[in-house]
Design a protein around this ligand. Sequence first.
Ligand SMILES: NC(=[NH2+])NCCC[C@H](N)C(=O)O
Length: 410
Amino acid sequence: MKHPLHVTSEIGELQTVLLHRPGEEVENLTPEYLQHLLFDDIPYLPLIQKEHDYFAQTLRNRGIEVLYLTTLLTEALHTDDLKKKFVADVLKESNLSMNGSSQQIVDYLLSFETEAMVKKIMAGIRKSEIPVNKKTHLYELLDDHYPFYLDPMPNLYFTRDPAATIGNGLTINTMREVARRRESLFMSYIIHHHPRYAQYDIPIWLDRDYPHPIEGGDELVLSKDTVAIGISARTAAKSIERLAVNLFKRQADMKRVVAVEIPKSRAFMHLDTVFTMVDYDKFTIHPEIQNKKGEMNIYILEKGRDEDTVKITHKTNLMEALKEALGLKEVTLIPCGGGDVIAAPREQWNDGSNTLAIAPGVVVTYDRNYVSNKLLREHGIEVIEVISSELSRGRGGPRCMSMPLVRKDI
Ligand SMILES: NC(=[NH2+])NCCC[C@H](N)C(=O)O
């Protein structure tokens, strides 16, 4: 039987992908907590859903199977015990200031059918949802105190980050930001309990109990033997080294991990916001990740003397490092916004470098990044545009909004 997870490149024909349609969680964003919840503005729910449906349909039109997080999770929670255990795990990881109130939150969540319960957990629980006569603490009665029992998870539509497929396995990530940490619990339940996955022995290259962070936006599978990982605001060097060791031990083809250091800033939060692969030998890049001389810090990790060590080589030229790692004679780096002083940062802010390749030389991008899109076309790339005024408010593009589960080998 075909393996349910299989990704050996960034560009192989995409066959199955995981998405999340934004829901009520987005309606629980308020100006006061925007920064904490990692948003810069509040999307308009009906429109963000319309845009997301358009994105999903664009993928389906190309023959790609689209799976939804809510559906998979609902199907994974197929017994009452699993449902209860899941609620307990979510509450354990939620920063609840509930004191004695937690049992009533458990009862409240379990009073829903499974799918509605999953959506409720995603959306968050407002204090106003629990009747006054059930409240036992002073803070619960104060409206202007923190408004949630359970925080909303508005970043869930960026399915790329909580987990990432590499080869026939995946990383289930320890996420850097508190606001996103619970998200990877969902994938853990899906892998262990959904019938589509639970029957397989799926390698978990790094699990969510690993003490250092890594996020999928930093994990790029360049080929069957090479992955690139961003050393970024969200991914720690320790996680990268541990991932390399684990991949070298168990994924037979894996030869090297290319660790790429990027500036630690909000605009550049993950490697895929500044660098993506669009064809066998073509990449998008935001020029600002290189210094004036075109240099940056790149570390190549290969198998070390024994199983638990790696050999590390330092490089400064991205193009040379890519050529060597991928065995290519030439590599083209296509600059976001054409490298223009205004267009490049403007389009990068709205994820102009964040392309989703659905086949070699075929990418999905946001329509608003017209300078970058034109340039991609001039380089012979087929660019499929999707509408993006609300989706982009969460600071993520088509690659962030998709978790490839199966791609054809190239
Ligand atoms: N792979 C990505 N670039 N994801 C973007 C995630 C954006 C999200 N608001 C966050 O800050 O986490």
